[in-house]
Design a protein around this ligand. Sequence first.
Ligand code: UDP
Ligand code: MG
Length: 314
Amino acid sequence: MNSGGKVLSVVIPIYNEVNIEPNITRVMEVLSNAKIKYEIILVDDGSRNNAWGEISDIVDKYEGIIGIAFSRNFGKESALCAGLDAATGDCAICLDSDMQFPPEVIPDMYKLWEEGYEVVEGVKKKRQKESLMYKLCAGTFYSFLKKSSNIDLRNSSDFRLLDRAAIDAWKEMPEKQTFFRGMSSWVGFKRYQYEFEVADRIEGESKWSFKRLIGLAVDAVTSYTAAPLYAASIFGIIFFVFAVVMGIQTLYMYVLGKAQSGFTTVILLLLFIGAVILLGLGVIGIYIKKIYEEVKGRPRYIISRVIGKKDINK
Ligand code: UDP
Ligand code: MG
């Protein structure tokens, strides 16, 4: 063993996937060829198909595999949390079950970890097949996030290898609504940006609808920055100045006896100011909802079954 007894935990979230076994055996083959000791944690995120059946078979058939089933679909973020909570390795890597993150590069990333990098981030060399609209939205989102919170997640992915110290730091973070990519960047540590090519999805389809992506983006922004709250106030100030100028102008016209009989200005101002107030309220509402969710303190996920290893605790 060149890994000197060190163990790599591989965390794989699974939701309504099919044909899981060949993907898992592909990962196992890569790791054994590279002589890396591993445990694989398959987290079934409340799949409604036969994914859990497949996972159970895999756990029975091979060594070193743990299966965790959620009581319902909690989302990929929660699945990653459960996987990292259960991981006992000296380092851990998160991998998509559709193998869009090529497992063949794991040994390279592992080597970087052995060289002392504590967070090896997979950075997408070319983005996967995406529509122009998606690219545009993603681009705007990442530049906004970078400007407002100094966290650069452009082309980043959940494909990252974390040292035990980074995993423990991330587990210390108490928030219930997590954003793995952002949080694992926030913890710091010695990092390396490892470029890789994203493969196309072979089987099944992406679980991310436009609505879910917007949800993730809103979550990400509101988790890292209060900039939208400031933006609401700045808009407020701008429109206040606007209103003062318009007010003075109207008074001036009135004094000169040239007051307009039309209501255009009034209506426009009303609309503008109404919009700004609603915008501000909306932003505050999103943050309040977040505070509310955190205050409730509900768990990030609920496990219904664990197979493969008995001594896992949350
Ligand atoms: N996934 C999950 N829970 C969900 C949605 C997705 O665990 O609610 C898993 C999914 O099974 C896959 C990974 O997250 O292993 C990435 O999902 P997907 O391939 O659909 O996302 P994309 O590659 O399109 O970003
Ligand atoms: Mg995918």
